[in-house]
Ligand binder design. Structure first.
Ligand SMILES: Nc1nc2c(ncn2[C@@H]2O[C@H](COP(=O)(O)OP(=O)(O)OP(=O)(O)O)[C@@H](O)[C@H]2O)c(=O)[nH]1
Ligand SMILES: [Mg+2]
Length: 327
C-alpha cells in the first residue's frame, strides 16, 4: 500500500475532514486496516461506544436517530455504524436506515456509515471493529453500532461496545426469544421500544420477571421504555447509558471490558488468518492419500514449514523457527 496515501489520509484525520474517515473505513473494508490502525492506535480509547441490537423492525434505526439527536443536543459528535447482516432481504433495511437517519446527513458532526457484516464465523466483520477504532481515533465522542440481532453478531457487539442496548418491542414474543438466544447476559440496558403499543407494559413485566430469576453481580440491567418516533423516553435512555458508564468507571470494570474487547479482537484477527491459511493449504495439498487424522497432522506440520516450497505464506504459526533463530 502506498505510504503516501496513508500520510495524506492521516492529514485529513488531523484536519478532521470527514472524507479522511470515510476513506479510512473503506480501506478497512477492503482488508487494508492493519497499517492504518497501527498508525492511529495511540489516539484510540476516548470515545463512548454504544451497541444497539434487537430483532428486525424493533426500531433500532429510529432509536439511533433519536440518540444522535440527544447526543448532538449535548454538543457531542457522533458516529453511527449500521451493520447490515448481508442477507438477501437486507436492502430494504439499509434503505430504511438511510431514511431514518437523513435528518442528520447534513450535520458535519454526525458521521453515518452502513457496513456489510460479511463476517468471519458468522459474526461481525473485522472491518466493523476497525470502523469503531477509526471513528474513535477521528475524535468522535460517541460511536453507536446498530446491528440486527441475528446469529452471532449481537453477542459480538457486546464485546465491542462499552454499553449494550437490547431493544425489544411489545406484542411479538420477543422476551421469550431473548431468553432462548442468551441475549439476557449481554444487555446492559433493555429498551422496550414502541411503548405506545397496548402490550408494552406486559413486555415490561415479562422482562422484569425474567430478571428476577437471574442473579447479577455488579451492574443490574436497566429497563427503559421508549417511543423512538416521538422521542419519548430518550432522555431516560441517555441517563441509563451514562449511569452505566459511571458504573464501569467507578467499579474499574471498564478496564476489564477493554482487555476482553482487545483479546476478542486479537482472537478474531488471528482466527481469520489461520482459516485463510488453512483453506489454502487444504486446497493446494489435499492429501487424499491419507486418512483424515493423518491429513490433519500433515496440514498442521505444513503450518510450521515456512517457505520451504518457496511459497512463503503471508503469516505463519512458527514458534520453533523463531526459537531456533534466536539461539
Ligand atoms: N408505533 C411506534 N412505531 C415505531 C417506534 N419506533 C419505531 N417505530 C417504527 O417501526 C418501524 C421500524 O423501525 P426501524 O427503526 O427501521 O427498525 P429497525 O430495528 O432499525 O429495523 P431493521 O434495521 O430492519 O432491523 C418503522 O416504521 C418505525 O417508524 C415507536 O416508538 N412506536
Ligand atoms: Mg435498522
Amino acid at each position: 500500500m502506498a505510504t503516501l496515501g496513508i500520510d495524506a489520509l492521516l492529514r485529513d484525520f488531523d484536519d478532521r475532514l470527514p472524507r479522511g474517515l470515510a476513506r479510512a473505513i473503506s480501506w478497512a473494508e477492503s482488508g487494508r486496516g492493519a497499517e492504518l490502525i497501527a498508525r492511529l492506535y495511540p489516539r484510540i480509547g476516548r470515545a463512548m461506544t454504544i451497541g444497539l441490537t434487537g430483532p428486525p423492525g424493533v426500531g433500532k434505526s429510529t432509536l439511533s436517530s433519536a440518540l444522535v439527536k440527544k447526543a448532538r443536543s449535548l454538543g457531542k459528535t457522533v458516529g453511527v455504524i449500521s451493520v447490515d447482516p448481508s442477507s438477501p432481504f437486507s436492502h430494504g433495511a439499509l434503505l430504511g436506515d438511510r431514511i431514518r437517519l437523513t435528518e442528520h446527513f447534513v450535520d458535519p458532526d454526525v458521521f453515518i456509515r452502513s457496513m456489510a457484516s460479511r463476517g468471519h464465523l458468522g459474526g461481525l466483520s473485522g472491518a466493523t471493529a476497525d470502523a469503531v477504532m477509526l471513528m474513535d481515533a477521528f475524535g468522535l465522542d460517541v460511536v453507536l453500532i446498530e446491528t440486527v440481532g441475528v446469529g452471532q453478531s449481537e453477542i459480538e457487539i457486546a464485546e465491542l461496545a462499552q454499553t449494550t442496548l437490547v431493544a425489544l418491542q411489545p406484542g411479538s414474543g420477543d422476551s421469550i426469544q431473548v431468553l432462548k438466544a442468551g441475549i439476557m447476559e449481554i444487555a446492559d440496558i433493555f429498551v422496550v421500544n414502541k411503548a405506545d403499543h397496548p402490550m408494552a407494559n406486559q413486555l415490561r413485566r415479562e422482562i422484569r420477571g425474567m430478571m428476577e430469576m437471574l442473579s447479577f453481580s455488579g451492574w443490574v440491567p436497566e429497563l427503559v421504555m421508549t417511543q423512538a418516533v416521538s422521542g419519548e423516553g430518550i432522555d431516560d435512555l441517555w441517563r441509563a447509558i451514562e449511569s452505566h458508564l459511571v458504573y464501569l468507571n467507578e467499579s474499574g470494570e471498564i478496564e476489564t471490558k477493554r482487555r476482553e474487547a482487545f483479546t476478542h479482537q486479537v482472537r478474531q484477527l488471528a482466527l481469520g488468518r489461520i482459516q485463510r491459511r488453512l483453506a489454502r493449504e487444504l486446497h493446494e495439498h489435499p492429501r487424499t492419500d491419507l486418512d483424515p487424522y493423518a491429513a490433519a497432522d500433515a496440514v498442521l506440520e505444513r503450518f510450521n514449514a515456512v517457505g520451504e516450497d518457496g511459497d512463503a505464506p503471508d503469516f505463519a504459526v512458527r514458534p520453533r523457527a523463531v526459537v531456533k533463530g534466536l539461539t
